[in-house]
Design a protein around this ligand. Sequence first.
Ligand code: PLP
Length: 461
Amino acid sequence: DSINSSLLSSNISMMDLLFDNRRFRVMPGNPDIKQLATDLIHDHKLEEPFFVCDIGEIIKKHVDWIHYMPRVRPFYAVKCNDSPLVLETLAGLGTGFDCASKVEMRKVLELGLSPTDIIYANPAKPRSHIVAAAELGVQTVTFDSKVELLKLKNYLPGARLVVRIRCEAERAQCPLGMKFGVNVEDAMELLDFAKSMDLDVVGVSFHVGSGCMDPPVFLRAIASARLLFDYAARELGYNLNLLDIGGGFPGNTGTSIAEIASVVNNALESFFPQGCGVEIIAEPGRYYVAAAFTLVTQIHSIREVKGDDTTRYMYYINDGIYGSFNCIMYDHAIVRPEVIGIRNADALDLFECSIWGPTCDGLDQVCSSEMLPKLDIGEWLVFGDMGAYTLVAGGTFNGFPLPKVHTVSSAATWNTLSDSMKTQAFVVDDVPVFPNSGVGYNRDAVGWGCVEGAVIGGVVS
Ligand code: PLP
């Protein structure tokens, strides 16, 4: 308590709690990310790229989720961004987790959560990962083939099985249907097969595609799931009780969560009304983290390209498509730079430029054509909405390190979090943030604490 009150009084913003991935800075007001980045660069003479993560953004997303889809419990997709503070925050808020591998399952369990807070939602699983799921006690798994059922029968015979059907958005940033999911008729056949092997099928899942820009697809998918629920009960005597509506929810662009929620809620009311005994879950990834992360990069080289009557510039920055900007290749992301720092009034004319990553590969281009002021070596460019599918898939090709994450929180958010530790439930904008207080939230294991005078999100014993 005394550490808390000292943090929350006097000059908190000057407290340097940042130079450790697990610590964060508490700001008196809402964090101004660009100003904070400028301060960090100045105070610590930074030269490497870095992320600023605003934990408050993640909490805000959770508050919105509960507001818009109170019936749907989110199981955050770890693959999207597995930064420790992200996982700890979401665990503290009471979400479950969608894991794709044994490493992700272990990571989540190390937070102190229960195996029932995990869905192992990779329909094609290596044998050793199924064995690990069995050892770890993770039971709920998805499947979409007979081969997978045979493996599960051998290595996880008590699994709670969730069949993944295919129902694709007409427009999505990353379609997934070509790889996973079966149509409803084939799913029926899989259920027959599961029944013949005495396996326990408990539900239906789908993923409409990541970055879905076709909200009505959720109605089609939920209606298809209903067909399977009915078939399973009528023909096979299964009593399915889990509907997993997958991911596809927007980060900061594309469609809005309100629009998707309206389709989802109406479809649930039609096909899985309140009181029908079916638990509804989802596997949001980018929704939670996209906006929370801002990438800050430095220009280390410049080439001037003179045309007949214009000059273009090529800026080389210290992160590229082999690092955080792998999202350009893998996530089909379009990234936009903003300049930070104080500029002379006469340096505000705009020039066409391209932006390149630090490696020797010609493919390593971040932006092909932007209009920016004429910049100098040592200036910094920031890129917003960089939390989803960036750090997780980046490498260190040519020896360039991945950016560190510096985390920040407003004092109000921090207050709310510390309150939550005491009361286990808190209210933001009239929305209870732990609606299922106690369900899936292991209060004894995960919480928020203070260590050695620094505020960290972490495990409190
Ligand atoms: N669930 C599964 C099985 C996925 O493959 C993915 C993304 O690839 C997600 C959830 C997360 O999707 P999104 O980030 O669109 O919410």
